[in-house]
Design a protein around this ligand. Structure first.
Ligand code: G3H
Ligand code: 13P
Ligand code: ZN
Length: 317
């Protein structure tokens, strides 16, 4: 089946509209029924376009058939502007498999390869994806952080604007993830004064006006969620995210897709810890998983409104 059969859309129109009007589309990671239902309900409640992001490891965890059965169950309509996106695909093969399965958008992340090899593999993915009208994101520069076995790097190599022009012209990708100081996971900033490299975004915009830029590692890591975890038996120390004002500023510039995973991981975990701690007799998993689902829903609604500024954008803008 193709993604159109599932009522999904690719990300091209939604990103271009967001860019034009100075907001961003949230790409929220999903990995089970709870996160899927919560993110979908948040998008529907706020009348916002949304990108359902599925990493390679999340796909392994759910299994292709279970994921696509949930998507089919949701009865998504094209005017809801919902994309199903492969997050950090590390090979041509996984991107092609996702496209064949019904994903409407893929990311080929070959950013750790030499520039020339990154171009070669990204161009190959773009060629296959475009044959199926699927949108393609690639990555240039290295976004640091420790999150899982597939997505980790110790360094943050800022993206060079001149490279962006060459990379995009040689690969034909539709959007690009850049390294401007964000990082994956819950430990992002060393000091409060650290800011994102807006000068790099500016320079890219001068060289390639209207080209969609993506921000990975963009969770804001709400203190309130970290506190709930720590007050209920957790031990997350020195967590720090990207300040909301900086994300908003980026969204008003050429950043039109903002990736969030860690914030919802914190929301999910905080709700489970709190529920179990408040009632020590609970042992029905539905009790705490339902609380986790609600927490992811609340967090996603909040971020759609306060960070992405994408609520009520389904019609003209
Ligand atoms: O940027 C990476 C995402 O947060 C996915 O992480 O591979 O552990 O699902 P994951
Ligand atoms: P966070 O770890 O900041 O949520 O980043 C998520 C991400 O970039 C997914 O691709
Ligand atoms: Zn990422």
């Amino acid at each position: 089946m193709t993604y159109q059969d599932f009522g999904l859309v690719n990300t091209n129109n939604m990103l271009n509209k967001a860019l034009k009007h100075g907001y961003a589309i949230g790409a929220f990671n999903m990995y089970n029924m709870e996160t899927f239902k919560a993110i979908l309900a948040a998008a529907r409640e706020t009348q916002s376009p949304v990108i359902l992001a599925v990493s390679e490891s999340a796909l392994d965890y759910m299994g292709d058939d279970i994921l696509m059965s949930m998507i089919r169950w949701a009865n998504i309509k094209p005017n809801e502007n919902i994309a199903l996106h492969l997050d950090h695909g590390h090979s041509y093969e996984i991107c092609a498999r996702a496209i064949d399965m019904g994903f409407s958008s893929v990311m080929i992340d070959a950013s750790k390869l030499p520039f020339k090899d990154n171009i070669e593999i990204s161009a190959r993915v773009a060629k296959y994806a475009h044959k199926h009208n699927v949108s393609v994101e690639a990555e240039l520069g290295v976004i640091s952080g420790h999150e899982d076995k597939n997505t980790k790097s110790d360094i943050s190599l800022f993206t060079h604007p001149d490279d962006v022009v060459e990379f995009v012209s040689k690969t034909n990708v539709d959007s690009l993830a850049v390294a401007i100081g964000t990082s994956h996971g819950a430990y992002k900033r060393k000091s409060n004064s650290e800011t994102l490299r807006f000068d790099i975004l500016d320079e890219i915009d001068k060289l390639m006006p209207g080209f969609p830029i993506v921000l990975h590692g963009a969770s804001c890591i709400p203190d309130v969620l970290v506190d709930i975890i720590n007050q209920n038996g957790g031990n997350i120390k020195n967590a720090a995210g990207i300040p909301i004002e900086q994300l908003r500023r980026a969204a008003e510039m050429n950043v039109c897709k903002i990736n969030v995973d860690s914030d919802n991981r914190l929301a999910f975990t905080a709700a489970i810890r709190e529920t179990l701690n408040q009632d020590k007799e609970i042992f029905n998993p539905r009790d705490y998983l339902d609380a986790a689902k609600s927490a992811v829903y609340e967090n996603t609604v909040g971020e759609i409104i306060n960070i992405m500024n994408s609520a009520n954008r389904l019609r003209n803008n």
